[in-house]
Design a protein around this ligand. Structure first.
Ligand code: TYM
Length: 318
């Protein structure tokens, strides 16, 4: 079963990225798993070149630190076929469907200085997936619409030009598919949030993780059953309960928010500790990490050549 998933280096990775994507990715590893850093996607919003380079290195090191070492790891821009296929898929996608993409609507549809690449962003993502004939795409819930578009483009292309692409399926984890901001539980925990207080970053030291969780927004319910799931009326508490469950803990016997927050903090710190330890070791010498990604890009360039040629030929290029 071929798996593919990328992460966009637009900020430091969060607990949301970890529970929604990275951990499920580590559960599906091997020769047929392609995971990496979507650096081209990071160029769709205002960026600083030096900061981008630093974030790509940090993310590459973190992909190894979370244990993805038996998959093929690569940086998207090191495999030029991604951009080439994206163009062929732009010639398959319709403006109507791109106009409907939630991310584009939220992040810039009505802003004149929005980069054109933000508009075509989901098409590049479709190219990432289809280029590997990926059958499964392990991602968080927020990527559902993009994977749906990918499926539509694969079907449309295959129907018009012949069976070139595999139609992928989304895989989301049972818990942790949508981790919410600790300060504003109506929005998802994101890398590039204004204040860092609502997001736990994978490299936050334990005391910072504990402080952020201690200050997480809950509600004023003090009843005996205050600690429970209820997305509508208790979004903050529900988020903490889900984080706890995703980290293997349970709310059994917990009756106060103080105790809940401490239990969640312990579980998150325990989950992140081995990742941070491994990160520190790997970050001490960037050469081996770069070598893993260079070998990964080599492999990607060779495995994608056939699909790109098939797509070029099918669409009518000579
Ligand atoms: P990105 O970089 O925003 O997020 C990376 C992965 O983390 C998941 N995620 C979350 N999961 C649960 N709770 C959250 N709060 C949370 N925030 C993020 C995302 O769903 C994602 O799986 N467009 C993609 C990157 C991409 C990609 C691809 C993904 C580019 N090409 C091909 C899969 C396949 C993105 O921006 O993810």
């Amino acid at each position: 079963m071929t798996h593919l998933s990328l992460l966009k280096p637009t900020g430091h990775l969060t607990l949301g990225n970890y529970l929604g994507a990275l951990r499920p990715m580590t559960a599906a590893q091997g020769d047929d798993a392609y995971y990496g850093v979507a650096d081209l996607h990071a160029l769709t919003v205002p960026h600083d070149p030096a900061q981008l380079r630093a974030l790509v290195r940090e993310m590459a090191t973190l992909l190894l630190a979370v244990g993805l070492d038996s998959s093929t790891l690569f940086v998207q821009s090191h495999v030029p076929a991604h951009s080439e296929l994206a163009y062929l898929l732009e010639c398959t996608a319709h403006t109507g469907e791109l106009n409907r993409m939630i991310q584009f609507k939220e992040k810039g549809r009505d802003v004149p200085t929005t980069r054109a690449s933000l508009y075509t962003y989901p098409v590049l993502m479709a190219a990432d997936i289809l280029l590997y004939r990926a059958e499964r795409v392990p991602v968080g819930d927020d990527q559902r619409q993009h994977v749906e578009l990918t499926r539509d483009l694969a079907l449309r292309f295959n129907h018009a030009y012949g069976p070139v692409f595999t139609v992928p399926e989304i895989v989301t984890p049972a818990t942790g598919a949508r981790v919410m901001d600790l300060q504003d539980p109506a929005t998802k925990m994101g890398k590039s949030h204004r204040s860092g207080a609502g997001a736990v970053y994978l490299l936050d030291p334990p005391d910072v993780v504990r402080r952020k969780l201690a200050r997480a927004v809950t509600d004023s319910d003090t009843g005996p059953a205050a600690v429970r799931h209820d997305r509508d009326t208790k979004p903050g508490v529900t988020n903490l309960v889900e984080i706890l469950e995703a980290c293997g803990g349970s709310t059994d016997g917990i009756t106060s928010y103080g105790a809940l927050k401490r239990t969640v903090a312990d579980a998150v710190v325990a989950e992140l500790e081995p990742v941070q330890k491994r990160y520190a070791e790997l970050a001490a010498d960037p050469v081996p990490v770069a070598a893993v990604f260079a070998a990964g890009a080599d492999r990607c360039r060779s495995v994608t050549a056939e699909v790109l040629t098939a797509a070029r030929t099918a669409i009518g290029l000579v």
